[in-house]
Design a binder for this molecule. Structure first.
Ligand code: S3P
Length: 197
């Protein structure tokens, strides 16, 4: 875990959430941003906005390599923002060394959200932007875990297991782990469990 990460980039208040599909990055990120009164951004949404089409369409019509290129470009744009943001980084973005370098350079705190594979599976059923899980979701997620865990471990300043935690509990723990101060906006999703878009 990279708890001594030098956090010296220009957007010094970027809070980054990383982790496998279904780990709760988007849901938690939205709630955390609301709590901190910060803007929330999501790398998949940024890609979709630029490409003017869905993640699934990009995978199907242009292939994963093009998606990864768009994803890297989106991260450069997102990290270039001069305002403080909470950023949910799609699960596979950290495969790229340059993406990892960029996040490390710009983030104040990088939290790796994790949960056991059955929990991820139950949550990912709700997201249609995950073509890599179409065939064998359990096998694919297990393989991704194996391949990516060392990278999440290396990049994260903190790891948080979200299983069975309500959204507001996850938010509280991130606030505490990252020594964040509460913003003015109230948290509204207090009784829901972590789920994904
Ligand atoms: C992917 C994760 C997805 C999306 C795409 C590929 C991955 O985002 O970018 O389906 O390789 O892990 P989420 O992590 O937000 O589900």
């Amino acid at each position: 875990m990279n708890s001594d990460a030098a956090i010296t980039g220009e957007s010094a208040n970027m809070i980054v959430l990383i982790g496998l599909m279904g780990s709760g990055k988007t849901t938690v990120g939205r709630a955390l941003a609301k709590r901190l009164n910060l803007v929330f951004r999501d790398s998949d949404e940024a890609v979709e906005k630029t490409a003017k089409t869905s993640v699934r369409e990009i995978f199907e019509n242009q292939g994963e390599d093009i998606f990864r290129k768009l994803e890297s470009e989106a991260l450069v744009d997102l990290c270039d923002t001069k305002s403080s943001i909470v950023l949910a980084v799609a699960g596979g973005a950290i495969i790229s060394q340059s993406n990892r370098d960029l996040l490390q350079k710009n983030a104040q705190c990088i939290v790796w959200l994790d949960a056991p594979t059955p929990t991820l599976i139950s949550r990912t059923g709700r997201g249609k932007h995950r073509p890599l899980l179409d065939g064998d979701p359990v096998g694919s997620l297990n393989k991704m875990r194996l391949d990516r865990e060392p990278l999440y471990q290396q990049l994260a300043t903190h790891r948080l297991v979200t299983q069975s935690l309500a959204i507001d509990e996850v938010v509280e723990r991130i606030m505490s782990l990252c020594s964040l101060e509460t913003g003015t906006a109230p948290l509204t999703e207090s009784s829901e469990n972590v789920a994904t878009r």
